[in-house]
Design a protein around this ligand. Sequence first.
Ligand code: NAD
Length: 493
Amino acid sequence: MTITQPRHLLDGSHRRMFIGGAWVEAASGETFETRNPATGTVIATVPRAGKKDIERAVAAARNAFDGPWSRFKPHERQKLLLKVADLFERHWEEICVSDTTDMGLPIARARGNANRVLGMLRYYAGMATALHGQTIDNSLSGDIISYTRKEPIGVVGAIIPWNAPTAASVWKIGPALATGCTVVLKPSEEAPLTPLLIAELMAEAGVPDGVVNVVTGTGAEAGAPLAEHMGVDKIVFTGSTATGQSIVRASAGNLKRVSLELGGKSPVIVCADADLERAVPVAAMSVFANSGQICIAGSRLFVARSIHDEFVARLAAYAAGLRIGDGIDPETEIGPLISPRQLQRVEGYLRAGSEEGARLVAGGTRLSHGALAAGNFVAPTVFSGVTDTMRIAREEIFGPVISALPFDTLDEVVRRANDTPYGLAAGVFTRDLTTAHQLSRRLQAGSVWVNTYHAIDPAVPFGGYKMSGYGREGGAEHLDEYLNTKGVFIRID
Ligand code: NAD
């Protein structure tokens, strides 16, 4: 298939979406704009896909799954994924510029994510040849032996948010390709461009037509038909809890498998013995990184009462010193929020915090001086005097806002930290080994970080408890989510 897509220009040009190895328009001919959230400038138009386009993409994915892709041996899939990773590495700067321009991630941070993304791809490449069933002697009859087979589940619909387009794409396409599945990826309408670049690089690496399809469109017009589609065998979703619930409902038609990485309201607990030099910047960036638009944001900061005031003062000073601006500047630490709508949402929480009686100690406003006026910038914000029932302490803000809450005992802080419908992540700062282990056990969260935050490893599963979702990404058990297990019984007498 000839690749007719223009290079990834980010200059307002039109880009097509990728179905069955071809760059195509939406059946309706409609398009939508995507903007740079730091400048408000239109950087591209893309097809506005609907149900017919989803039909076409699922058919292409099914043809590839039944056809050429099914003949790829695990070692060939491994080689291909390694080639994809090498090509991503060569184009890493282009990928970073795309993420920065389309969704505002500071370029320094995007560059620093190389190991996370490439490491994940190479981990999945390795796993492609490590998939196997078991032999089981029949416990009821000596005349029968059994074995299990791991078989690819089929066509995977992947629906991702805008806050980490590269990582989210790779975390879904990587395991799908390692296990022999095919994919229809629906990026967020807020940041569709890097997934298109990823499709382009995958095609260049030799991924066969139809194995990876990227369909651009809104949640209602393209996401919902994908989630409902009777020809899709699994949906892997990252996004808000409310959308996750509607995807589960939509999946009921053919009882397709679903895994969900959803929202969070993660607690970070700073004990009285913590190393404050380390804890202050890490706790701050647990929320401020990516302007708070991270599912694992440690937005509820529980601080031991004896160090609370000092900690909050240091945190406020740290927040005030962060460099805010267009992420394309390598010095920028905090970029914009994704959209004017998200800006309004976050401003609503800033008002709610003050109205409910929290004390503003840093930030608290939109930044609109000079060049920042064109973008969606909010100052890194710290509230103290927050109580557990305030909205800023209960609801996911998805903006650069930390709520500091004092605590007195470990039993109390565990109870309060777990008192949330979410359970995605938690952080602990302590020098005491017993406290570290005890809190790690007692916190209801899919990931617990001690004296650090954000650390990942491709081999360690990531995912939520409670309303933060189910299923895991990363780790060997992740691959099971893309596989069916078959039991085979053979009579040998
Ligand atoms: P969102 O739920 O609004 O959208 C996510 C994706 O779902 C988008 O592609 C959107 O178009 C699509 N969508 C929307 N409605 C749909 C529907 N009815 N059917 C099918 N698809 C639909 O989320 P967002 O605002 O893009 O992202 C922010 C949310 O994502 C936050 O809640 C955040 O915590 C969560 N998130 C979670 C993780 C994680 O790993 N747990 C990671 C990143 C973001």
